[in-house]
Design a protein around this ligand. Sequence first.
Ligand code: ATP
Length: 365
Amino acid sequence: MAEIILEGVTKRFPDGSLAVKEVDLDIADGEFVILVGPSGCGKSTTLNMIAGLEDITEGTLRIGDQVVNQLAPKERDVAMVFQSYALYPHMSVRENMGFPLRLAKVDKATINSKVEEAARILDLTEHLDRKPANLSGGQRQRVAMGRAIVRDPKVFLMDEPLSNLDAKLRVQMRTQISRLQRRLGTTTVYVTHDQTEAMTLGDRVVVMRQGLVQQIGTPAQLYDLPRNLFVAGFIGSPAMNFVNATLEGAVLHSPLGDLPLEDRTRQSLERQNAPRDVIVGLRPEAFEDAALSTERGRSGPVFTATVDVLESLGSDVYVYFTAEGGSVTTAELEELAADSGMRDTGSEVQQIVARLDAATRAREG
Ligand code: ATP
C-alpha cells in the first residue's frame, strides 16, 4: 500500500517565511491527486516535502505505513518528474532511462528489459539510442516519465511536467499521463498552476492559496460546490462571474434582475443563516442569448449589456461584456440567434438572459 498521509504539515524556511501551513491530506493508494494554486501558494514546497527534498518543520508525513519525516529521498521509494526533465545530455535515451536502476546496482539484463518495456509503453522504442538534444520536447518529457517508471516506485511526484510544452502537445501528454497512471495504478501527486490540467487529470484536486488548503475534492465537487470565493473564481474557464445581490425570501435581487431560487437552494441558505447581502456566482454557461431563450420558451431575467469582445470557438461563443450597472464580464453562449446582431466585437447593446439554475452559488468562506 502506498497511501500518503499529511498531518499538520508545515514548512517554515530559514528566513522565517511560512510557505505551507498545517496541511492535512489523505491520498489513497493508487490515487491521482493534483495540487493546484497560483504561483507561490506552496504546492512545490508540499511536493518537495513528500519527496524528501525539503525538511518538514512541523507535522507528520506517512508513506504506506511508515512515518518518513526523517527518511532521505532515496529511502522513500518515490520517483520525481520535474518541469526541466533533468535529462543527462551526454547519455542516450536508453542510458537516461536506465540510470536510476544502474545507481541501484540492478543487473544489466533487468535494466534492459525494464527500459524496453517502459519505452514500449511510452512509444519511445525507436528513439532509444538518440541523445536528448535530438528529441522533441514531448519526447524528452516522455523520457523523463520513463526514467520514473522503470523504478516501479511506490509513488510518482510530478512538478509541472508539461509546462515546457506547447499547448497542443500539453493536451496530448495530459491524456497520455492520465492513461499511464491508470494503467500502472501508482499513487501520484502532481503539481500544476493550470486549473484545466488539474480538472482533467486528477481523481481529486487540492486547491491551495498562501500556504493553506482551500478545498479538497473531485473536479465536479470543486466546480459545483466551491467552498469559498477563491475556489469559485479559480476553478473554471472562463472564470465565474460575481455579482452582489440581496436575498429576500425565494428571490435574489441582482443588478441583472431578479433571480428566483430553487426550493433546495433557498432551504440550504436558510439553514446556513445566510445574510441578506450575498455574492452570487454565475458560471459563464448560466447565460443565454435572450432571443433564443424566448424562442425555446425558457425564462430568466433579461438584461442588456455592452459587448466588449466576442470569441468564437466553433462550438461555443465567449462574450465578454459589461452589464448595465453590474460587474459581470463573461458569458459562454451555445449559439447566437441569427438576428441577434451579436456577430462582431463592438460596443453594441445586446440582450442576455441569466439563469440561476445553471449557476453556482458562492459565499465568503
Ligand atoms: P510556483 O507555481 O511559482 O512554483 P508554488 O506554489 O510551487 O509556486 P512554492 O515554490 O512552494 O510555491 O513556494 C511557496 C512560498 O515559499 C513562496 O512564497 C516562496 O517564495 C517561498 N519559498 C520557496 N522556497 C523558498 C526558500 N528556499 N526560502 C525562502 N522562501 C521560499
